[in-house]
Write a protein that binds this ligand. Structure first.
Ligand SMILES: Nc1nc2c(ncn2[C@@H]2O[C@H](COP(=O)(O)OP(=O)(O)O)[C@@H](O)[C@H]2O)c(=O)[nH]1
Ligand SMILES: [Mg+2]
Length: 153
């Protein structure tokens, strides 16, 4: 049986580090640009603007966009000191979800723990702590996603 590349969607507030993480995964130069709209990167990553999560009237759009994905990536910046993800948020999608704590290079252990806790509360299955600047945790994430079994009808 042929194995299709899994499609992931990145969800998280503005400046959480979603686009930079995509660049890091794709071994591209890390370059800032504001994500204005939903974008397909490298054929299998759906990058979304933070506003889609931050504005409650946009959340429906996020849910619809996520139907094209196999896995939901909930992206939480380690230094945020709060979260935009409501408890149980991942259950909106009925798909496997993975939590990603970003910018660990800027954070204390406590901040990383708190961010991890927010992601667990949001319903994320496995959690990865990453830094796109230091390229830590990213390979583990990619490997996990590659090996994840997706049930198909
Ligand atoms: N220190 C640090 N900064 C990061 C990291 N990832 C992203 N950033 C910076 O955070 C800002 C927002 O990143 P971006 O990927 O555009 O966030 P997005 O809005 O979630 O797509 C940019 O200035 C990035 O350079 C990281 O791992 N460490
Ligand atoms: Mg972005």
């Amino acid at each position: 049986m042929e194995k299709r590349k899994k499609r992931v969607i990145l969800i998280g507030r503005s400046m959480a580090g979603k686009t930079t993480l995509c660049q890091c995964i794709n071994h591209e130069e890390l370059k800032y640009y504001k994500t204005q709209t939903v974008q397909i990167l490298n054929k299998n990553m759906i990058d979304t603007p933070g506003e889609y999560l931050e504005r409650s009237y946009m959340r429906g759009a996020l849910t619809v966009t996520a139907t094209d994905a196999d896995v939901i990536l909930l992206v939480q910046q380690a230094t945020e000191g709060g979260t935009m993800f409501p408890p149980g948020y991942s259950s909106t999608f009925a798909k496997p979800s993975v939590g990603i704590v970003t910018k660990s290079d800027l954070a204390t252990e406590k901040q990383i723990q708190d961010a991890t806790e927010y992601l667990k509360l949001a319903g994320a299955g496995k959690i990865f702590v990453t830094s796109s600047y230091e390229n830590t945790g990213v390979e583990e994430l990619v490997k996990y996603l590659e090996e994840l079994e997706i049930k198909t009808e």
